[in-house]
Design a protein around this ligand. Structure first.
Ligand SMILES: [Zn+2]
Length: 269
């Protein structure tokens, strides 16, 4: 079985001591390709270097995460546009709305999101989206507001089966449906294995194999049995097994389906 890890932060400092070993272990586990997420201006160049060191096996998404609203400057947008043109670029991201960390900067988050959606439109790059509701999900509903913004600003026509991914999907079926209608996959990670997440598992099942990709979001969000520990891409096959078991499909069938989804989305051959 071959997998694509669609969301890793391998340049995080927690991997400084053993990054090469971690990557090696991932490849040995059955992960064929990794998408590194560089979501702050200071992460773009290091991500490019990581991709160069693992040519063809690690590619990157470049963007500005909603928690870094102060990075919205004309200079940064110009630099970002340059990274989006590179061969090692697989997508724009992660971008979006985060009302969990800070719901006081909604206007600034929208401005940052809009500016980057326009870059997606002009560059033709598909997007990795981050959406996280506030503690009061009804008042601070990032999924609903993201969908609203995408309908308004996002005209990307990349002629592909999907235009992006709702990474670390944590919404309900209504949020999933809105995402699928906008041409997005659901990013499924270790949270799928958490005991409390019955609704998430049912939502993923309803969405089906045609509409999901696998990710870890490492170093965060390890699978249930490793909670509290550092996550890494070698756990992708285990996430895949958990999803296959819940959906009642063969692991090989799941692996093939989600690999094709991810390869179409991120231009991996
Ligand atoms: Zn991430």
């Amino acid at each position: 079985m071959r997998f694509i890890e669609t969301h890793a932060h391998l340049n995080d400092e927690v991997f400084d001591a053993d990054r090469a070993d971690v990557i090696d272990r991932a490849f040995k586990s059955g992960v064929a390709n990794i998408i590194e997420i560089a979501c702050s201006a200071k992460e773009w160049k290091p991500a490019e270097e990581l991709c160069a060191a693992y040519k063809g096996r690690i590619t990157a998404a470049f963007g500005i995460h909603p928690q870094y609203t102060e990075e919205l400057t004309p200079e940064n947008l110009e630099t970002l546009a340059g990274f989006l043109k590179k061969d090692i670029c697989s997508a724009l991201g992660e971008i979006g709305l985060d009302y969990y960390r800070d719901n006081s900067k909604k206007d600034a988050q929208f401005k940052l999101l809009e500016a980057q959606l326009r870059l997606s439109n002009s560059s033709g790059r598909s997007c990795v989206f981050h959406a996280r509701n506030g503690l009061d999900a009804r008042a601070d509903n990032a999924y609903r507001e993201l969908a609203f913004e995408l309908k308004k600003t996002w005209t990307l026509n990349n002629k592909k089966r999907a235009r992006g991914v709702l990474h670390c999907f944590s919404g309900n079926w209504e949020d999933a449906r809105a995402g699928l209608d906008l041409g997005l996959f659901l990013g499924v990670n270790g949270t799928f294995t958490y005991k409390k997440n019955d609704e998430l598992r049912e939502t993923v099942k309803k969405a089906g194999l045609a509409n999901i990709v696998l990710e870890t979001d490492c170093p965060y969000l390890p699978i249930q049995r490793l909670r509290g520990k550092r996550n890494d891409p070698s756990f992708i096959p285990e996430i895949g097994l958990a999803v296959a078991e819940y959906l009642g499909v063969k692991p090989e069938g799941l692996a093939e389906a989600v690999r094709i989804n991810a390869s179409e989305l991120f231009y991996i051959l």
